[in-house]
Every structure is written in C-alpha cells, then in structure tokens.
Design a protein around this ligand. Structure first.
Ligand code: PLP
Length: 399
C-alpha cells in the first residue's frame, strides 16, 4: 500500500539517497520471508499481509527500495533491483526535514560522544529538557507554557484527556467528564485515543467494542466537504462566501455545548483532519470554536501531531485562527522522524486547576510513566538552534 502511494507521488531517478549495502538476492528473500511471517506492520494482518518493501536507504525526499528481480525469467541468483521513490507522505508526516539530514546526524553523533544516556524524569532533570521546553514555549502561541513529555503522539493525547478531566475535577466540576470530538477525527491508537477518534472510521474500533469508551464521547458533525481550494489556499472560496455563516461543524459543536453541561473538553485536529480523509476547515471556525468552549466552560484541545511544525503553512495550525487552545499535543515532526516523542503543552490556568485540590496532586504526578529522553532533547535542540532553525522550521517571522 505504501509503495503504491509512493509511486503515485512520482517515481524519480536515483539521487541524494544515502548509500547503504543492498542485500543479495537470497538474503533479501530470506529477510522478506521472515518479515512476512513474524513481524506486524500497521493496518494489515499478519496472516494475510500486504507486501512490505525493503528499504535500503533514504535521503532527502526519497526512499531507495531493493526489490526482488522482476523479470519472469529471473533466477534466484539475479541481482535485486534498486528503485528510488519519492515519499509523498513523509513517513506519515514525520520527516519534515527529509531523510538523512546532515545537521541532525551530526548532532546525534556529537551527543553520543558527549555521553548518550537515558534518564528517567521522576525526580531528575537536565539542561537539554529545560532548554527544549524554553524553545517550545518561545514558538507556541503565548500562554502555552506547562509542558509534559511522553513517548509518542498517542500518549500525548492520552495525557491531554487526563489533564482535561483532572482540571474539571480540580475546579470542582466533576460532572464535566465527557469529550466532544468531531466525526472523522483520528487521535492515535491507544484505547483513550481510539475512544475520541471517529467511531466508524477509527479503522479498528469495531474489534474493541466495550474497551473504547463510547459512553464518554459525543461526536459533532463535520462539514459536508473539504474546504480546501488549491487556487485560494486554505479553506478557499467556500469559507470566504460562508464567512458570516455558521458552518455545519461549528453549529454542531455549539448545539452540543448549549444542550449539555458535561463536556470537559472539545478535542479536534485543527485545520485538517488528516487520517480521516483530508477534511479541511478554516481559521475562522477555530476562532468560533474557541469562543464557544470558553463560554461553556469546556477546554479546547488541539491535536497538532499531524499539523504542527509547518504542515499547514503556519508553524502551528492554530495560528490560522489566531487561537490559543487550552491544551496542544505535538509529536512526529517534532523530531523530524528520527525518534518518537510526544509533548502535551497547557496553560497556567489549566495546570493550576489540575492541582487545586490537594488530593489530586499525587495522582497527577504518577499519571504516566513519562520519561524524557536526553537524546530526543539534544536532537530537537539541534533542529531549533539559532544557526539551523531557519532551515528546519522555515517561518522566521515566528522567531
Ligand atoms: C492527528 C494525530 N493524532 C495522533 C496521532 C498518533 O500519533 P503516534 O502515531 O505518534 O502515536 C497521529 C498519528 O498519525 C495523528 O495523525
């Protein structure tokens, strides 16, 4: 499937793809045999899997595949074929700087030379984590300044869900214990994330009936069709003509918030529902949803794991609406795909609310086995250092 997608984005001739030793015909065959028999790949089955293509190396926007010789007359001794393809989806929107980026490679090597170690974050801290936090707060919308590190995008969403519930409980509104999500949304693969993702389109939800928490999630409608116009850019004509009209999504969110008092938070992917079919909306809608959530005492959680770090033309999608959410979740592109990291960032108001009742303090502190990894921080600092920042996060006006 991935191969087909890549090919659709355009085959290219070999260039800038890092060299690495290609397997021989027989080692390729045995590697693929083992893989097919023993290794799970996302969104396919292990008993009847879709093919997985062998990657020898990657560089820039391209991945170099090593494929078994395709000719019908080929013998097991024929050399495998190398083919370069353009990765049109940046390894599920992670490798925003391309593959095999020299500056990042160098930073990792330098860190290894200094002593690459992982330390738990419980009771320990270190310079890179603090420095990274300062960098992030410097580029996020003002007010987002309390940072929770975790190990993946999904976990950062789980943290956001728990923060929201804990905040409402902390400010003595325990009845606000449900989430309002938008149909077509996707927020990750852990059970909490699946619960707030689209109930039908959640890819594997029907398998986990009873485990995904349907009773705690309400779904708002999404707009009829995507509002992206290639000619006019984000949200295009459709929104311009609708500017003063309430869209279907905003109306649905408003109606839910007006008709019930139990919504702890609205969670959504701002500007673009990626995995749910590339549905776009506008910055104006984000601003309207911000007003509604504030009026009704619900938190606004923006899942920017797909949209963050420049993917929508602004460093963060919330900038399109000039909106500061109460909680933002980040992942994937934050490390340029080099390693997994999740970040949940919230405001002073939310973190104070969480801790208002002393009884909740201990629970918050132990809510996940969150660790921060020294190497992730070093890598990120390289991406954001003043000398390289422009190349990596190419919106200098934000800095
Ligand atoms: C919007 C969104 N949220 C959450 C996730 C989950 O992130 P991860 O795969 O790092 O757990 C994804 C992954 O594609 C995503 O696109």
């Amino acid at each position: 499937m991935i191969f087909r997608t890549l090919c659709r984005s355009g085959l290219s001739s070999a260039s800038a793809v890092g060299e690495s030793l290609a397997p021989t015909s027989s080692s390729l065959a045995s590697l693929l045999r083992y893989d097919r028999k023993n290794i799970y790949h996302p969104y396919t089955s292990l008993t009847s899997p879709l093919p997985a293509y062998h990657v020898t190396s990657a560089g820039g926007s391209k991945i170099r595949l090593t494929l078994p010789s395709s000719s019908s007359s080929s013998s097991p001794h024929d050399e495998p074929v190398q083919k370069d393809v353009v990765d049109g989806m940046s390894s599920w929107w992670s490798t925003v700087h391309g593959y095999d980026v020299e500056a990042i490679n160098e930073a990792i090597k330098a860190q290894v030379d200094k002593g690459l170690c992982h330390v738990m974050f419980g009771g320990l801290t270190h310079g890179p984590a603090v420095e990274l936090s300062e960098v992030l707060c410097g580029v996020l919308p003002e007010g987002l300044e309390k940072i929770f590190y975790s190990c993946s995008g999904s976990v950062s969403v789980e943290v956001a869900l728990k923060m929201s519930l804990q905040y409402q409980r902390g400010i003595s509104r325990p009845h606000k214990n449900k989430f309002l999500s938008v149909l077509g949304g996707y927020h990750g693969d852990t059970l909490g994330c699946m619960s707030v993702s689209d109930p039908g389109n959640g890819m594997h939800r029907e398998l986990f009936d009873g485990w995904v928490n349907d009773r705690s999630v309400i779904y708002a409608e999404r707009n009829e069709r995507s509002m992206f116009s290639v000619r006019d850019g984000w949200a295009g004509d459709t929104v311009k003509t609708r500017r003063n009209k309430e869209t279907k999504m905003v109306r649905s969110i408003r109606e839910h918030l007006e008709s019930r008092d139990d919504i702890a938070a609205v969670i959504m992917e701002p500007m673009c529902q990626g995995a749910g079919g590339m549905f776009f909306h506008s910055g104006d809608e984000l601003a309207a949803i911000r007003r509604l959530t504030s009026e009704h005492g619900a938190l606004l959680v923006f899942d920017e794991i797909a949209t963050g770090f420049g993917r929508t033309g602004e460093l963060f999608a919330c900038n399109h609406g000039g909106v500061t959410p109460d909680i933002i979740t980040l992942g994937k592109a934050i490390t340029g795909g080099y390693c997994s990291l999740g970040v949940t960032v919230t405001t002073d108001r939310v973190s104070n609310g969480e801790f208002t009742r002393t009884r909740t303090r201990t629970r918050t502190c132990t809510r996940t086995r969150t660790r921060t990894r020294a190497r992730n921080c070093i890598l990120l600092l390289t991406c954001s250092s003043s000398t390289t920042r422009r190349n990596f996060w190419p919106w200098p006006q934000h800095f």
